[in-house]
Design a protein around this ligand. Structure first.
Ligand SMILES: [Zn+2]
Length: 105
């Protein structure tokens, strides 16, 4: 990998750890003059592979309804892996079109 590539603005770039998608980091080139970033195809591919490896479970579920709220059944394999129990507090984050459920310790 090249240590630096030339930016369109004429500035020099340096290899830096950059957030390419929310929560997804990769080495890339950042221009020290204008701040633009650029990634090689190889850097993108390797970052996306890391993301795939981080996914441990993907299921589909139909939402239910209790009173005025929608409810979601969490798969047993996920509750075991995260040590979730009824009454335990979780944090829900909305990221674009994703809901992320985090255990609160
Ligand atoms: Zn630049």
């Amino acid at each position: 990998m090249k240590k630096s590539i030339k930016c369109d603005c004429g500035g020099r770039t340096a290899v830096t750890e950059l957030e390419i998608l929310p929560g997804l980091f990769s080495e890339g080139y950042k221009c020290q003059k204008c701040g633009d970033t650029e990634f090689t195809e190889e850097q993108m591919r390797s970052a996306l592979k890391k993301k795939e490896k981080a996914i441990k479970l993907m299921v589909t579920r139909k939402l239910g309804r209790v009173g005025g709220s929608l409810v979601l059944r969490i798969p047993n394999s996920a509750t075991k892996a995260m040590n979730l129990k009824s009454g335990k507090e979780v944090r829900i984050l909305l990221e674009s079109k994703k809901l992320i459920i985090e255990a609160v310790d």
